[in-house]
Design a protein around this ligand. Sequence first.
Ligand SMILES: Nc1ncnc2c1ncn2[C@@H]1O[C@H](COP(=O)(O)OP(=O)(O)OP(=O)(O)O)[C@@H](O)[C@H]1O
Length: 228
Amino acid sequence: METPVIEMQNLSFGYGGGTPLLSDMSISLPPGSFHFLTGPSGAGKTTFLRLCYADLLPTAGRMTAFGQDVTELSRDGIAGLRRRVGVVHQDPQFLDHLPLAENIALPLIVSGQPIEKPAIKDLLAWVQLSGHARALPPELSGGERQRAALARAVIMSPDLVLADEPTGNLDWEMSMRLLQLLIELNHSGKAVLIATHDLNLIRAAKAQVQARVLRIAGKKLQLAGADL
Ligand SMILES: Nc1ncnc2c1ncn2[C@@H]1O[C@H](COP(=O)(O)OP(=O)(O)OP(=O)(O)O)[C@@H](O)[C@H]1O
């Protein structure tokens, strides 16, 4: 069997090591899989995503990322893991004084990798922001910011893409455009995990990809029924 991208075994997590917010979770995300994560506001969806890129560590149980126990990773090991995970945050932040193209290239600069201009150009075209390469982030609309955040998340060719309410502030047409990009990434072999409240988004995706729906309820992770 292929090594899971993420595997949790009886994982629990509580902020400050206190009362668990997430309890006794077990899940395996295979390479190339597509998952949604739902649950009421405050259930712990963002917290779950932060665990997936070792921004937070389990307080009990076990979690592996790409086969490695996250609690045993050195600082370099954590950096290596983060290069394999692209994250689109709920409210993406940019360096406002830098043009969009440079913002997107930032993960390469930070990790000391060469910047290949044609690759950045291709990525901008893929998210339909070619005309905005020299724009400053404050000049972008909400949908443009989300697409820019997606371009930045995939510049390092991650194996797993996490998106936290990526369509939260977008109209339906823009949400569908973003969903198509995430589906394309999945078709190119990347595992995708999207936290969302939006059941219509989940339905639209399920018409096109084999997606599993996870739900956080009562601190536990459940596999939602096929009726969604
Ligand atoms: N850094 C933190 N320290 C302490 N508590 C936190 C921290 N971050 C989040 N929480 C709490 O953990 C709970 C879950 O938050 P989280 O952001 O993971 O939920 P969510 O399901 O993503 O919510 P939403 O759908 O509203 O974005 C909330 O009660 C929140 O207040």
